[in-house]
Design a protein around this ligand. Structure first.
Ligand code: UDP
Ligand code: MG
Length: 329
């Protein structure tokens, strides 16, 4: 006898028309082995291809399929937030549509949830089909974040994980709009368990994360989970002032003792450029934090839903999720 009655599988979808059929096939195979009922919650994140039409067709053929159609492309972090808010299950899995995360791990994750864990996350041992630079930069970034932030952030881990009802409730209570889910999964704490897997290449299509989007996510992660960069600015200010003071003494003493008042154009330029650079760097770091405060201060909804199509079976009574975004009607 297991405690999980209904498991929700949340899949964010952005232009994944070629992945949906293979995904459905793999999911159907896995679901046969599961000892509980399942809801497949697809969050269409403003796809411009045939993804939504395919999802609606899937829903006509399968009563387990639910669809959230967001009003535009909000990005994966917010699409996941919508999925977490509207999930009906007492546990949920977040799965990418491109089958880079093997659904075959779901039964193992469920058994760990049944053992009392709240967040069973999949840790990548190998990342196939991704460039060396992407793997290296991701590793370095998460290592940095791990050292800079006050909370332990898991390395080599994505969003592929199963969450217990306790973890789902904790995530629903967060209402910041600038989200870095990987950090938030760590932030909520609770009992975590890693399971290891080899990450496959995409079955079809291309990654939706350009380097500029990844950079944006990285900055959000750093500014949301650490104020150490601000402390670094203060430290840098102190160091530069100290060096400047010592240099001032040297110049004055030289002028008094040797009558050498002109320090020279090159040294003047070097000092000017160095100070200019450090001031710009300090302003840039402070500006990043200011930008986050500016965005958060507007309290805009995290997402808007154009249409919500719940699954058509005994669980389809209307629900009232703790809303971060409203249905536009
Ligand atoms: N995705 C999304 N909105 C976006 C970008 C991506 O919902 O703006 C979804 C995408 O459809 C996929 C998942 O997020 O299901 C992971 O995206 P992708 O495979 O492009 O990321 P990667 O695996 O390269 O990190
Ligand atoms: Mg992918």
């Amino acid at each position: 006898m297991i405690n999980t009655k209904l498991l929700t599988i949340v899949v964010p979808i952005y232009n994944e028309e070629d992945c949906l059929c293979p995904l459905l096939e793999r999911l159907q195979n896995v679901m046969r082995a599961l000892p509980c009922k399942v809801e497949w919650l697809f969050v269409n994140d403003g796809s411009t291809d045939r993804s939504l039409a395919i999802l609606k067709q899937m829903q006509r053929e399968d009563t387990r399929v639910a669809i959230i159609d967001l009003s535009r492309n909000f990005g994966k972090e917010r699409a996941m937030c919508a999925g977490i808010d509207y999930a009906k299950g007492d546990a949920l899995v977040i799965l990418d549509a491109d089958l880079q995360d093997p659904p075959e791990l779901i039964p193992r994750m469920l058994s760990e949830i049944e053992n009392g864990y709240d967040d069973v996350y999949a840790c990548r041992t190998v990342r196939k089909g991704e460039t060396y630079f992407k793997c290296w930069s991701a590793k370095m970034y998460y290592r940095c974040l791990h050292y800079l932030s006050d909370i332990p952030i898991q390395e080599d881990t994505g969003d592929f994980r199963m969450l217990s009802s306790k973890a789902i409730c904790a995530l629903r209570r967060l209402d910041e709009s600038e989200r870095n889910m990987k950090g938030l999964f760590s932030y909520i704490g609770l009992k975590k368990k890693a399971i290891y897997y080899e990450r496959d290449a995409r079955v079809a299509g291309e990654t939706k994360w350009s380097y500029s989007k990844l950079f944006d996510l990285a900055i959000k992660g750093l500014t949301s989970f650490s104020v150490l960069p601000l402390r670094f600015v203060s430290f840098m200010g102190c160091m530069v002032s100290l060096i400047a003071f010592v240099y001032l003494l040297v110049v004055v003493v030289k002028a008094l003792l040797y009558g050498d008042p002109v320090a020279g154009y090159p040294s003047l330029m070097a000092v000017l450029l160095f100070l200019g650079g450090t001031i710009m760097l300090a302003l840039g770091i402070m500006g990043e934090y200011l930008g986050i405060i500016y965005k958060e201060s507007k309290h805009r909804p995290v997402y808007y839903i154009n249409e919500y199509l719940p699954m058509r079976n005994e669980y389809s009574e209307p629900i009232n999720p703790e809303k971060k975004g409203g249905i536009v009607s």
